[in-house]
Each structure stands twice: as structure tokens, then as C-alpha cells.
Design a protein around this ligand. Sequence first.
Ligand code: PPS
Length: 259
Amino acid sequence: MCFDSWFIIPKAGTTWMIEIVDCVMNDGDTERCKRSPTHDRAPFMELNPPKPFHSGLQQLASMPSPRLVKTHLPVQLVPQSFWENDCKVIYVARNAKDNLVSYYHFQQMNQALPETGSWEQYISSFLSGQVPWGSWFDHVTGWWESKAKHRVLYLFYEDLKEDPAREIDRVARFLGKGLDQAVIDRIADHTSFLQMKENPMANCSTVPSFIFNQAVSPFMRKGTVGDWKQHFTVSQSERFDEEYRRRLAGTSLRFRTEL
Ligand code: PPS
């Protein structure tokens, strides 16, 4: 099966990027982007829920090209047909500590995922890759290396926060769209954290509460860089940094943990 363009690691800005790409593909028509919830506009490829819900693959099979595909798969598990058909990939990475914090809260509110255990235990789980979709380290480095061989636009959550318009322009150019500054600014406004948090088509409020219990933690939780400082103790941070240095040694990949 061939897909035309798609995305990303969990809790790093997937939903944000889907909203941006949908706006770009619709030339900044933000009203049109409110036509249906995120999960209908960009089906989640590997999701296979029980009936009556449709699987991601069933949804995608009924869509015309170009399709917007959401995936969290690590690079080595991507279907070969993606590469054979030269599909475009937009990958969004986020610094490990904020990614972990976001994951922790999400895993508590998502009733389809395993229990997190304590915060202390969750740090260990994350470091050893015992979280859904596996090791953060392998994920971000695997996709980083894939850039040399495939059409992958590798973006950072921190850059998107720093200058959304600049990054939206990069996305538009990658997708072959030259957009006016006014259109880019409109997309930046529509896809801001505050706008998306209030947008029922972008804030996951249409996902049933027996799956996403947003009373436990909202899907659009904080949307910031550096929230990890509110969660890690000094010793947890030092332990994390030691393992982080070891695992990322030898790669040119660099993250910012604050702006
Ligand atoms: S998922 O469930 O894996 O698809 O989650 P994902 O969408 O990748 O990541 C969710 C986090 O992204 C934040 N988010 C945003 N931040 C800034 N601006 C915008 N517009 C935006 N939209 C989503 C969301 O709040 C989650 O991060 P945390 O840190 O938990 O708030």
C-alpha cells in the first residue's frame, strides 16, 4: 500500500503537525480544517481498535491521494512500500525529558495503554524503552539517520515553539506549496496551543472518555518547553542525563531542553 505524506514519535507534536499540514494542503483555509476530527483527517495507521471502530488501514484504504497518514512507528518498522513509492515524511522530535513528561500524563489518561507505575518507575521504563512504541533513543536516532536516504523533513518541537511561522514555511516548501506570509501567519494562529485547545476538531475531545479520560489529564495539557523542570528532582535529572549522554554519544543529533 502506498501513502503520500505522513508523520512521528509519540507525544512530540504529532497532532500539532497534522493540523499544520492539513492547513498547508488546504492553502490556509482554516474553516475547512474544522470539517472533522484529527483522527479522521489523518488516520492512525497502526491503530486497530475493536469494532465498531475502523482500523487506521481501513480508513486509509478508502481515502484518495494525497493522504495524510499518522504513524508512531520506528523507522525500521515502516512498510517497505513507503520507500518504494518515495513518500514524503515529516518527523517531529522533542527533547527527551519533556517527551517523557508528556508521555507519563498521556499514559495515565489513555485507558487503552498500560499503567505507568510511579513517576520514579516511569523514568526507568522510559530509559529502558519499556513504553509504547519503544525506545525514544532508537526512535529519534533511527529517523535522524534515515534523512540521508529518504525524503524526510526532520523538525523539532522546540523550533516550532520558538518560531511557528518559520517552521510552517519549511513544511509548506517541503510539500511543494509556496504560501504568502499572510497565509502562514493565519495557519500559525489557527495551530497555536490556545486555539487548538479550544478547537473540538483538534483537541481530541471527540475521542470517547472511556479511552481518553481527559478528567485525568487533558490531551492539550501544557504545550511548553521545559515542563520537565516541574517533574524531575535533581538526582533524577542527573541519572537521566548520564544515560542520555551515553545513548546519544556518536550522533550529531542535538536537542534543546529550554528556550
Ligand atoms: S500523540 O498522542 O502521541 O499523538 O501526542 P502528540 O500530538 O504527538 O503530542 C502531544 C503533545 O503536544 C502538545 N501540543 C502542542 N504544543 C504546542 N502547540 C500546539 N499547537 C500543540 N498541540 C499539541 C500537547 O499539549 C502535548 O504536550 P504536553 O507537554 O503533554 O502538553
